[in-house]
Design a binder for this molecule. Structure first.
Ligand code: OOG
Ligand code: MG
Length: 261
């Protein structure tokens, strides 16, 4: 079974798989990363073959807090689908997840087709912005991985919720972020933690996408990367993220043993 097939099965069965042995994908670090994006391509294609639709892209490890938490030092790009969308205010069943974690995101709505870094600077590249919550759920046991492993695993992408879209104001890039679990702040941060300025996320996403031949389409979301470390998502937890001036987004993980309502 290929690594993509193994990770796909882990996703469908909600059972973690062992981290591949170091150097399983041979070659230089660059060759390893390139091979890992090929695995990600296959993994995403399995979802599309099952009828899911791409809704956007996501960046990972854009903040120092996340890099330190996961021991990884480079930016990574993943893809999200409609099958991962969690409606704002939802009552979410966690049974499809392995060991989910949640983190606060800033989400951009892309207004243009972005095929090159230059496109990221074009007028209207970002059409709107919203507060977001990402659910990450590594398919690897104990949430442990190397940079190549997590790229292959589509950057742990598993779910996302987006609040109401707000007009994009490039001048207001430094906004407070409150990440609440059950009404208590778990972390407070600032969007400035995201690459120093979350607008850089669009440029970095364009750079990574160009490198792997991915075109970012108008209407796609871009999750800019968590501004604070992630926290475990446990049954019964109410998760809320507020980004100053952009409003909030929330959902509740259904308590264990409660079926679909
Ligand atoms: C990888 C995903 C990282 C972010 O916002 O930094 C990410 C992981 O931590 O499992 O989504
Ligand atoms: Mg994230």
């Amino acid at each position: 079974m290929s690594l993509a097939q193994t990770l796909d099965r882990a996703t469908r069965t909600a059972r973690a798989v062992p981290q591949p042995p170091p150097g399983a994908v041979a070659g230089s670090p660059e060759a390893e990363v390139r091979a890992a994006y090929d695995v990600q391509d296959d993994l995403v294609r399995f979802r599309l073959d099952r009828g899911e639709r791409l809704t956007g892209a996501k960046l990972g490890f854009t903040s120092e807090g996340k890099r330190r938490q996961m021991g990884v030092h480079d930016l990574i790009l993943g893809r999200v689908t409609d099958g991962m969308a969690v409606p704002d205010g939802a009552d979410l069943d966690l049974s499809a997840f392995i060991h989910p974690r949640v983190e606060p995101e800033v989400v951009y709505l892309l207004g243009r087709r972005i095929a090159t870094v230059a496109d990221a600077f074009a007028e209207g590249a970002v059409a709107a912005v919203a507060p977001g919550i990402e659910i990450i759920d590594s398919r690897y046991e104990n949430f442990r991985f190397s940079l190549a492993d997590v790229i292959a695993d589509n950057t742990s992408a598993a779910g996302y919720a987006v609040g109401a879209w707000q007009p994009y104001d490039p001048a207001a890039w430094n906004r407070g972020v409150v990440f609440e679990l059950d009404g208590r702040p778990a972390h407070m941060g600032s969007t400035a933690a995201i690459l120093g300025d979350p607008r850089r996320a669009v440029v970095e996403a364009a750079r990574l996408a160009e490198r792997i031949g991915l075109v970012l389409e108008p209407g796609w979301l871009l999750l800019a990367g968590a501004a604070t470390p992630a926290e475990p998502l446990t049954p019964g937890t109410h998760v809320r993220v507020e980004v100053q001036g952009l409003g909030s987004v929330s959902f509740t993980a259904r308590p264990a043993g409660e079926g679909a309502s």
